[in-house]
Design a protein around this ligand. Sequence first.
Ligand SMILES: CC(C)(COP(=O)(O)OP(=O)(O)OC[C@H]1O[C@@H](n2cnc3c(N)ncnc32)[C@H](O)[C@@H]1OP(=O)(O)O)[C@@H](O)C(=O)NCCC(=O)NCCS
Length: 233
Amino acid sequence: MLAITKKKKKKQESKRKETQFTSFVYSTFKNLLLRRILEPCLVISTLGALPQLLISPGRSPIAWMASSPDLQFDPSRIPKEAVAQVPEGYTIRPLNVNDYDKGYLELLSQLTTIGTISKRKFAERFDLLRERNESKYCIVIEDLGRGIIVGAGSVIIEPKFVHECGMVGHIEDIVVDNSARGKNLGKLIINALTLVAKHSGAYKVILSCAEKNVGFYEKCGLKAKEVTMANYL
Ligand SMILES: CC(C)(COP(=O)(O)OP(=O)(O)OC[C@H]1O[C@@H](n2cnc3c(N)ncnc32)[C@H](O)[C@@H]1OP(=O)(O)O)[C@@H](O)C(=O)NCCC(=O)NCCS
């Protein structure tokens, strides 16, 4: 009798363990499906990028969103020719949400006023930019030895009606850290952003700059054209 009860208990225990294991496998699979596949799909389709996914399966936004959750955009959007120009000890890549801790904002403060931005606020803005990954590309250069961001710039891709529904790239927020200037990193950032814009279908890139930087942009292949006007609000 005792042996039968023991056997029954053992059977119940093994069934309980089996159920526990099944539910673990189920919940892991469910999380994987929801977080890694369906959620990014939803974000992408909300952005209207699903058609692009269907017509260019070689570059799958789902794949990069799932594999690089910390990057602002798909790193393969930075053409290899731009990556090849980076000097040893540096890397060029999309902005990473963890660049908050690598001096990204301190770098931008060499360009203009930044104000107080908490890590949370930074992450929120990062998420917004990540959702718009096909319309704004934030590129950084990291000094691998020091683990800090020493160069940054972005390009906004503007779809237009003029020029047969052409696209224009607006280059913004170019800055190289004081300690790394004069090493062609600025030129490299402009070149990378220009190529990203070109590969996105832009027929030109434009930017505004201070008079003292005209020479730098000329060295990067740009020419002065028209004037910039501003109305600070
Ligand atoms: C402007 C800035 C981005 C240049 O970065 P950098 O990495 O030092 O520039 P590079 O080394 O790539 O310079 C490329 C070429 O431009 C030249 N150059 C750099 N700055 C220049 C300037 N202000 N005027 C004229 N030529 C300049 C360099 O001598 C180099 O010439 P070369 O190809 O003949 O050797 C950097 O000085 C900076 O961050 N400044 C503060 C922020 C800023 O003003 N940003 C621009 C906002 S519009």
